[in-house]
Design a protein around this ligand. Structure first.
Ligand code: GTP
Ligand code: MG
Length: 235
């Protein structure tokens, strides 16, 4: 097998050549039919889910963001295609922990989000975001528990990818220690995974996250050049 070549320059599979809004839903009945493999983005309100999705798709303003918590009020599906032809669906989930929503609304939402996370046959990964300065809390652990509780064995296990957002808000010298502390917290340890530091403002973590997601989707991880021809097969 050819060795994978790492390069600091943009490599094949990293550039998003097409990105568009597909559908939005506030009820399970409105979910679009599953077509492509999906990655969902979850976390508390205002943590930066929609901003991260824009950064990941290399588009400004495709996903609506806001400084006011509770901005995203529906599940939204986006289609993204990279320069190697790989296509995925990215799903923006409404943030949880937004106190201003009524109890009834929160309950209704929990049902729809649960329906999505447990019932979506094409879902392969959930990116769980927390503010790198804050860390994971009970709501986040509940979400992971929910994702892992699926009884549907016809669907491969959904991978949980942890992200610490807004690292630009930390001083440069504080970033590494903050992420190391996050890595040592309960959730990453329980999952046996590291937290990817991310900033939509300073373009930090995009490449690492995209690579991780491609791996979770079973797509080839970007390499610098098309695979060179191997040795000729034995006659
Ligand atoms: N400094 C900084 N601000 C960010 C970053 N990402 C998001 N923000 C800001 O944080 C606020 C919330 O961002 P959103 O992307 O709308 O957050 P969200 O998690 O989608 O919020 P809800 O839809 O309410 O759940 C906005 O004011 C963004 O500009 C980041 O990496 N760095
Ligand atoms: Mg949002």
């Amino acid at each position: 097998m050819a060795a994978r070549v790492e390069s600091p320059a943009a490599t094949r599979g990293e550039r998003i050549v097409q990105a568009s809004f597909l559908a939005g839903a506030t009820t399970i009945e409105q979910f679009p039919p599953p077509m492509l493999l999906e990655v969902a983005f979850a976390g508390r309100s205002n943590v930066g889910k929609s901003s991260l999705m824009n950064a990941l798709m290399q588009r400004k303003g495709l996903v609506r963001t806001s400084g006011t918590p509770g901005c995203t009020r529906q599940i939204s599906w986006f289609h993204a295609k990279s320069d190697d032809g790989a296509e995925v669906c990215l799903t923006d989930l409404p943030g949880y922990g937004y106190a201003k929503r009524s109890k009834g609304e929160r309950k209704g939402w929990a049902r729809v989000i649960e329906g999505y996370l447990l019932g979506r046959p094409t879902l392969r990964a959930v990116v769980l975001l927390t503010d790198a300065r804050r860390g994971f809390e009970e709501d986040d652990r509940d979400l992971v528990e929910l994702v892992q509780s699926q009884a549907d064995t016809s669907r491969p296990a959904v991978e949980v990818v942890l992200v610490g957002t807004k690292v630009d808000k930390l001083s440069r010298s504080a970033r590494k220690p903050a992420l190391a502390t996050l890595d040592q917290s309960e959730l990453p340890r329980a999952l046996g995974t590291r937290v990817i530091g991310f900033s939509a403002v300073e373009d930090i973590g995009r490449r690492e996250l995209w690579k991780t997601l491609r791996g979770a989707l079973g797509l080839t991880v970007p390499s610098a050049e098309p695979t060179p021809a191997g040795p000729a097969p034995a006659p």
